[in-house]
Design a protein around this ligand. Structure first.
Ligand code: X2X
Length: 333
């Protein structure tokens, strides 16, 4: 017994001497969580940001990355972010709307025709409006939104070609009133399921389909549990990089500056990566077994309009927000 105590004490004393090259413990050790696997560009670019921040702060700020919902499903981690259990979190604006209702406005069906319009809007007035709403709710948000992409639709049973194919279709949607409303307008049977449970939900047949950008289809290996991939392009989605207000305020201004600059620079790099993936993955996904089809978006948008989707969301977001959206996309919706 005595020997063990001596051994432990000796080990503790020896520790600083056997690791002479170790930097001192970081002054700030913060966590960032997201729902994407390690190989998604979000986490590749976050790792670069973490390295850049550690260097630029001389080891004062250490960022630990928790990918793949390791800290919990999205709606749980949003709670952890609010309480300070996790300091940073990347989350779709459309899911964030469970806390900040108007944050989902970029997700209005068929609002964006292309990436050019997306980045002008999100780096311009629409993004500024959304960030204002997020800050009002007590969270910190970085200036640059990260890309998820234009969302496409997969199915295990049949290709989605016309709006009629969505009638009665059992489709997984992320947890968000906008998503549920979109598929209710199509006459589908949407089920709100966090990303952490999507693969299992498809595998066990709880739902027959789901919708996501191609880069997510790839990292989630969706071909293992889905067959048809329809290029519906029905929504553009991104990830805001959110922070806990108290954790952020605890950082000295020079550290805040380094962290924000590094995150925003990595967002630019991540956008380029994801845009390239979403433009180029078709061949790879076909080789894995997906059967692709293109889709004419016009009848889908018409169906939403007939169902009162746009009128409902204009009333929900309010005139001011809707006018900012319409100005950003250059047409009335
Ligand atoms: O949950 C999803 O489908 C995902 C990964 O696209 C989002 O984070 C919204």
């Amino acid at each position: 017994r005595r020997t063990i105590l001596l051994g432990a004490a000796a080990g503790a004393l020896a520790a600083p001497f056997i690791r002479p090259g170790m930097a001192r413990a970081a002054e700030f050790s913060y966590k960032i969580a997201n729902n994407q696997p390690l190989e998604h560009p979000s986490n590749v670019r976050l790792a670069e940001a973490a390295k850049a921040i550690l260097e630029a702060t001389d080891g004062r700020f250490d960022l630990q990355i928790f990918p793949s919902n390791q800290l919990g499903a999205d709606t749980d981690v949003l709670g952890q972010l609010r309480s300070g259990g996790v300091e940073f979190f990347q989350l779709s604006p459309v899911i964030l709307s469970t806390l900040v209702p108007n944050a989902s406005i970029n997700g209005v069906g068929y609002a964006f025709p292309d990436y050019d319009t997306v980045w002008k809007a999100m780096d311009g007035d629409l993004g500024a409006y959304a960030r204002g709403q997020i800050e009002n709710a007590g969270l910190v948000v970085m200036d640059k939104i990260w890309d998820n992409g234009f969302r496409q639709t997969t199915s295990s049973t049949k290709p989605i070609v016309t709006p009629a194919d969505l009638q009665g279709f059992k489709i997984r949607v992320p947890v968000s009133p906008l998503w549920t409303s979109l598929y209710t307008a199509f006459g589908s049977a949407p089920a709100s399921i966090n990303f952490a449970e999507v693969y299992t939900a498809l595998q066990t047949g709880i739902v027959d389909g789901q919708e996501n950008p191609l880069a997510i289809m790839k990292v989630a290996k969706m071909w293992e549990v889905q067959k048809y991939l329809s290029m519906t392009n029905h929504m553009w989605d991104g990830f805001w990089l959110l922070g806990n207000r108290r954790s952020w305020n605890a950082l000295p201004e020079d550290v805040q500056q380094v962290v924000a600059d590094s995150f925003n620079a990595s967002a630019d790099d991540q956008r380029a990566d994801v845009m390239a993936l979403n433009a180029s993955l078709k061949d790879e996904l076909e080789a894995e077994g997906f059967v692709f089809n293109d889709v004419d978006p016009a009848p889908f948008e018409d169906k939403l309009r007939e169902a009162g989707f746009y009128a409902q969301w204009k009333a929900t977001y309010g005139e001011e927000a809707w006018a900012i959206l319409e100005a950003a996309v250059g047409r009335s919706l």
